[in-house]
Design a protein around this ligand. Structure first.
Ligand SMILES: CCCCCCCC/C=C\CCCCCCCC(=O)SCCNC(=O)CCNC(=O)[C@H](O)C(C)(C)COP(=O)(O)OP(=O)(O)OC[C@H]1O[C@@H](n2cnc3c(N)ncnc32)[C@H](O)[C@@H]1OP(=O)(O)O
Length: 216
């Protein structure tokens, strides 16, 4: 999706979903299964006697997928075309097992937001979200907020304030918006809140309008 075709708050309805739907496609179902494996590996008994067999089976699955994979250069072109843009990123991408995945909606006031519950794979301090993961989520949400506003840019600076530990296993609302634009400089801000509205993390980001060419 080129930015020119990306929905903005001026021409799209409040509540427009800005991320790719997690569909029933085989790739989305396989990626969901991979997320489940990551979580189960973190939770399973460390002395589970079947871990050798688990390793062999997972290696077998990886080998099968690799045998059916086109060259990286080819995939890099294909994944940046059409809806691909929002299918593979590490925050909202339904095809990326690293992504929670976060679903984002655009609001009529220019804000984008989404709710997500993070599990063990995203842990930093005991029972809480890793600070780098919070920064990753917010960086991306600000990027999508820029697109919803009608601009796009590279992150030049992301100032992050951690107000209180961010809980795992609880719904978190992540939101972002453009605060101001000054030529090529896009100032955006956002935060992560608990269900009762407590701010855990807030960010201010400076994005510089610059188009990085996509592989062709
Ligand atoms: C991504 C777009 C996708 C669009 C698709 C739309 C669909 C929407 C769907 C989904 C959204 C996806 C959302 C993704 C979000 C993720 C974003 C990232 O992860 S980005 C990767 C991490 N960031 C980098 O790798 C940057 C590395 N740095 C650079 O490339 C350059 O330094 C860059 C582009 C930031 C600036 O370089 P220069 O050469 O273009 O511009 P100069 O002249 O240096 O700066 C311009 C002005 O900005 C100031 N400036 C630059 N960097 C600054 C800084 N760090 N702090 C303060 N000011 C800075 C300068 O002082 C200058 O100001 P004066 O015009 O003189 O007033």
């Amino acid at each position: 999706m080129e930015l020119g075709t990306h929905p903005t708050f001026r021409d799209s309805a409040d509540g427009t979903v800005l991320t790719s739907a997690r569909a029933g496609d085989p790739i989305d179902r396989a990626t969901d299964a991979a997320r489940r494996v990551v979580d189960a590996l973190l939770r399973t008994d460390r002395t589970n006697a079947n871990l050798e067999r688990v390793t062999e089976e997972l290696d077998g699955i990886a080998e099968h997928l690799e045998e059916h994979a086109p060259a990286v250069a080819e995939r890099l072109i294909d994944m940046w075309s059409g809806e691909g843009v929002t299918r593979h990123d590490p925050v909202t991408g339904p095809e990326n097992a690293i992504a929670p995945p976060l679903v984002l909606e655009g609001r009529g006031d220019g804000t984008v937001c989404g709710t997500v519950t993070l599990t063990m794979a995203y842990q930093g301090p005991p029972g809480h979200v890793h600070g780098g993961v919070s920064a990753l989520l917010l960086d991306h949400v600000l990027g999508v907020a820029n697109a919803w506003y009608g601009r796009s840019g590279m992150t030049a600076q992301l100032s992050t304030r951690y107000h209180r530990p961010t809980p795992l296993f609880e719904p978190l609302t992540i939101s972002g918006r453009v605060a101001s634009v000054d030529g090529r400089k896009i100032h955006a801000e956002g935060d992560i809140r608990t269900a009762d509205g407590q701010v855990c993390v807030s960010v201010e980001g400076l994005f510089i309008d610059k188009t990085v060419p996509r592989p062709r």
